[in-house]
Write a new protein. Sequence first.
Length: 278
Amino acid sequence: MIPSTTLNDGTTIPQLGFGTYLVPPEETAATVGTALEVGYRHIDTAQGYHNEAEVGEAIANSGLARDDVYITSKLNNPNHARDDVMRSFDETLEKLRVDKLDLFLIHWPLPTRYDGDFVSTWKAMVELVNDGRLASAGVSNFQPDHLERIVGETGFAPVVNQIEAHPYFRNDAARKASHEHAIAVEAWGPLGQGAVLEDDVIGTIAAGIERAPSQVILRWHLQRGDIIFPKSMRRERMEENFQIFDFELTQEQMEQIDALDRGPEGRVGPDPDTFDRV
């Protein structure tokens, strides 16, 4: 049974999901279909992944009721203007074959683009919630000052902040700022895009409890309270990543993994303060 996290708007989200970043469109329907067969009920996609239509196809063909699958997508960087938010959201609904989306995120704050005005973009996201087509609105890759600004200027807090987080980069500042506003943290790249899997500390813990390194890292995330959505295109790895609810790490093991943090040097993705690709 996958535990759920209650968000600050009263809705719930499965704490474990399935990510579709870099899953080629031509392989997405089959890959997501397999994930749903394994038991995943939370699918994370994005306009910029160019595979929303195939995610929608997989869900439509799964035989599952719409309410049984939690779907997240994200606003693409060229679509930050208010009218582009509205237009592209309609396109997302059509591609996903749904009338209402569970969660929609601003993918990147882009503080050096659009005259630094991500607040207007956030206001457009709130509009989508208010008109009923979107259940929950959130953000991704928002730094502490970005969060302070949108909450301070709108009075409306995101339900989640999806940030890079893994043992080599805990991203504590963004995590702390999120929690101060009752914003749940979603960890993208929870395995450090594979880099952390070879770490000796992780390997020793995994061997000692007869678990795979990936399971140890994902369990660390769960016990921190993170929402995670590891990605794999192999069924056996999907199943392995799913089997993380029947064991716990000790406090000592958690602290050993915490100590692997390298600060900003541990990033594997772009710095949100400077990333500006549209």
